[in-house]
Design a protein. Structure first.
Length: 109
């Protein structure tokens, strides 16, 4: 085998790898569960830039971490476990560590 054939095979293998990876991720995204969460406006008016709307999620607002029993430092990443309530999912609890299994019905990956 000459170098040109070997280089072509190597490039072809890389293209196949990334095409397969993209297909796998697209299949995961299209077949995965969808959830609805309530959005809330955050800072809808800025005096310098005019009217605009930034949306946040109900669970991205500040929680009472002391009341939840988790003594968290500001900026610490947390897991928010959601539960279904009517048509939307709402926060059930927060945890500084992930749930024991991501496959449980109360968690979405």
């Amino acid at each position: 085998m000459n170098r040109l054939t070997l280089a072509g095979l190597w490039v072809g293998a890389q293209v196949l790898f990334f095409a397969g990876w993209a297909y796998r991720e697209e299949a995961r995204l299209t077949s995965g569960p969808s959830i609805l969460v309530r959005v809330v406006p955050v800072d809808p008016r800025d005096l310098l830039r005019g009217q605009y709307l930034t949306l946040g999620y109900e669970f991205s607002r500040d929680w009472d971490s002391m009341g939840a029993g988790a003594h968290l430092v500001s900026g610490t990443p947390v897991w928010v476990v959601l539960r279904p309530a009517a048509e939307f999912y709402v926060p059930a609890r927060l945890s500084p560590t992930g749930p024991p299994t991501v496959r449980s019905p109360s968690t979405a990956r």
